[in-house]
Design a protein around this ligand. Structure first.
Ligand code: DGL
Length: 264
């Protein structure tokens, strides 16, 4: 049997930051990207709604696409639903969770910030990562839904008010201990897409870290020995809300190798 593609799921375009790292490491692997645009954004939804959507959608997609690997390219979905999804899918599932461990290892001041969606930063999963891997650090958290919108707008080629970036960083820097913070975990897959803007908006040099390379290494490990068909099929982007109104996004999607757009 032909090996199936790698299937990525996010609420919107954020997971492209993960897809790009995986595509660099596995250039021959066919890729299918699903944006749950009908359910966007996840970060302001409740846990029950996110896990029901993600589990239901991945079940449908896995049956239809028969992937070799599923990557939940979304911190919100992963920290909420990974535990529900893994046992019910018969393919390996890689999740995206905040890079708290490497941030704690690399912090010189022992104050790190976790910038994610509101849903992610309140998850027990994140508290657990902090107590297991960053017990020697002060971990500041901030939910920044406006950065999700900023990343979506950037990829559609729209202008974004730079105040959005400084306000998001202020959410961390203004907290007690924020004056010593040196590392910022980009705990939402949308945020690496605006990392340059965040760096420019920072009032002093900060280091930003996220998990995309680690996920790409994990995907390559799980898929070692797989021989992909040649030629590589066109990259597919599936939008649960349909393809209407996506014209502005097409060039960015093409830049990530996703040339075939479909609705679900
Ligand atoms: N990209 C997603 C994440 O990593 C969520 C964005 C949203 O839908 O709020 O958390």
């Amino acid at each position: 049997m032909q090996p199936g593609p790698i299937l990525f799921l996010d609420s919107g375009v954020g997971g492209l930051s993960i897809l790009s790292a995986v595509a660099t490491r596995l250039p021959d692997a066919p890729l299918v990207y699903c944006a749950d645009s009908a359910g966007f954004p996840y970060g302001i939804k409740g846990e029950a709604e996110v896990s029901a959507r993600v589990a239901g959608l991945l079940g449908r997609l896995a049956e239809r696409i028969r992937p070799s690997l599923v990557v939940i390219a979304c911190n919100t979905a992963s920290t909420i639903a990974l535990g529900y999804v893994r046992p019910v899918l018969d393919v390996p599932v890689v999740g995206t969770v905040p890079a708290i461990k490497p941030a704690a290892e690399q912090s010189e001041t022992h104050v790190i910030g976790v910038l994610g969606t509101e849903a992610t930063v309140r998850q027990p999963y994140v508290a657990d990562l902090s107590s297991r891997f960053a017990s020697g650090c002060r971990v500041l958290k901030h939910g920044a839904p406006s950065l999700v919108q900023a990343a979506e707008a950037k990829l559609r080629g729209e202008a974004v008010d730079p105040a959005v970036y400084s306000q998001a960083l202020d959410g961390l820097l203004a907290q007690a201990g924020g004056d010593r913070l040196d590392m910022v975990v980009l705990a939402c897959t949308h945020f690496p897409l605006v990392e340059d803007e965040l760096r420019r908006a920072a009032p002093r040099p900060l280091r930003f870290i996220h998990g995309a390379d680690g996920i790409a290494r994990r995907a390559a490990h799980l898929l070692q020995g797989v021989r992909w068909d040649s030629p590589k099929p066109e990259g597919r982007a599936i939008f649960t809300g349909g393809v209407q109104g996506l014209d502005a996004l097409r060039p960015a999607l093409q830049g990530f190798g996703l040339t075939r757009l479909e609705g679900l």
